[in-house]
Design a binder for this molecule. Structure first.
Ligand code: PLP
Length: 404
């Protein structure tokens, strides 16, 4: 599938060098420069074609680019691209109405921003403002973003190294351990923040009983429940939002990634326990700009019309079974929900990701030994079957087949 190019003349390599020369290097760049996409396929600068199991880190739900979205975004770009928060706007008004309809019942006020991290920051501030308390409890292995508030809630030490001091008032409790939570949570805490499926932390699905009991503890102790659905929202797990799989509606729901199919956008939605914030206590120049709102509207339309939640539920069920059927002792576990699925390995994941790319499959890691698949939600079963076959072949080349 992939067209190998002579490295010296490779357009991929040239683009990598140009970007490396003039960017700060936070991201280690791979040797594949993506220049075009269609549906669940992406194409590199040398003409190589890939089945995309990254969706730009879980963003391109309706595919690359969402066909209906393009016209709408282009039309909005030609009409009005920016409009400050203090001025109402027709597209924004329509988007917030449609978004509230799409959300779990009871979440009927939203704040629009530009990324998942910003949604988390806004939720943390809203929780402190609303409760007049400062403590925040997050989970071990959590990932909530990289700005100071969100980073303070994030677990992995390597993301925090050298940039402290972080924001005071944050504590971590073992993910899924109800006893530990019951012991910790108290009247000092403004919020408990959780992911329903921990994404960057290795694709760990929350236990439904734990989530419901944690919500009950929050209610009893006057603590707000923030669910970070930046990665799991917008049909990724086979429900519009992963919390709906467990019948739990949080006080604050954080959104990002799939909300606008690739145009930068984030949002936080609030329920009735969240007090209205004082005017001016938070804001964003670009948040809720008409261009992003047009992309958000197009995204919601595709999700509703194509019933992507149902599609992902069905396809995701088959996909996890298909991956679980691969017999190789390098695999220790297959887990996930919908089209957010991971294969935990007994070996380093980086060479597997490279070998898959050589075969025309783009995949992600979620830690050093976890292979993660986050394809566009419109991917076909045949493409996923091809991915599974390539993985089998890559593992076979490693040697040592058979279950352990
Ligand atoms: C659960 C979760 N929260 C927050 C973020 C941060 O989102 P962004 O990178 O859009 O700022 C991410 C990103 O991966 C995430 O997975």
């Amino acid at each position: 599938m992939r067209q190998p190019a002579d490295v010296a003349q490779s357009a991929n390599e040239m683009l990598r060098r140009r970007e490396n020369q003039h960017t700060l290097g936070f991201a280690r760049k791979r040797g594949i420069a993506l220049v075009r996409g269609r549906g669940a396929r992406v194409y590199d600068a040398d003409g190589g074609e890939y089945i995309d199991c990254t969706a730009g880190h879980g963003v391109a739900g309706p595919g690359h680019p969402p066909p209906e979205g393009v016209a709408r975004i282009a039309e909005q770009a030609a009409t009005l691209m920016t409009c400050q928060d203090a001025m109402p706007n027709n597209v924004r008004a329509e988007f917030v109405e449609r978004l509230v309809d799409f959300l779990p019942d009871g979440l009927d006020r939203v704040f629009l921003c530009n990324s998942g991290t910003e949604a988390v920051e806004a939720a943390l501030k809203l929780a402190r403002l609303s409760t007049q308390r400062s403590g925040i409890v997050a989970a071990t292995r959590a990932f909530h973003g990289r700005t100071f508030g969100a980073l303070s809630a994030t677990w992995r030490e390597e993301f925090k190294r050298g940039v402290g001091p972080l924001v005071p008032g944050f504590e971590h409790v073992a993910f899924g351990n109800l006893e530990a939570l019951a012991e910790l949570l108290c009247e000092d805490h403004a919020a408990l923040i959780l992911e329903v499926v921990q994404g960057e932390g290795g694709v760990h699905v929350i236990d439904g009983d734990y989530l419901r009991a944690a919500q009950q503890l929050c209610l009893e102790r006057g603590v707000l429940l923030i669910l970070d659905e930046v990665q799991t929202g917008f049909c990724r797990t086979g429900a519009r939002f992963a919390c709906q799989r467990y019948g739990v509606t949080p006080d604050l729901l954080c959104m990002g990634k799939g909300i606008a199919s690739g145009v930068p956008m984030g949002a936080v939605a609030a329920g009735p326990r969240v007090e209205a914030p004082p005017p001016g206590s938070h804001g964003s120049t670009f948040g809720g700009n008409p261009l992003a709102c047009a992309a958000g509207l197009a995204t919601l339309e595709v999700m509703e019309r194509q019933k992507l939640d149902e599609r992902v539920r069905e396809l995701g069920g088959w996909w996890i079974t298909r991956l679980s059927a691969i017999e190789h002792r390098a695999i220790s576990e297959v887990r996930g929900a919908g089209l957010m699925v991971a294969v935990e390995l007994r070996t380093r994941v980086a060479p597997i990701i490279d070998a898959l790319a050589e075969r025309g499959v783009l995949a992600l890691s979620a830690g050093p030994r976890v292979l993660r698949f986050l394809p566009p939600l419109v991917i076909g079963r045949a493409d996923l079957e091809a991915v599974a076959t390539h993985l089998e072949q890559v593992l076979a080349e490693l040697g040592g087949g058979g279950r352990s």
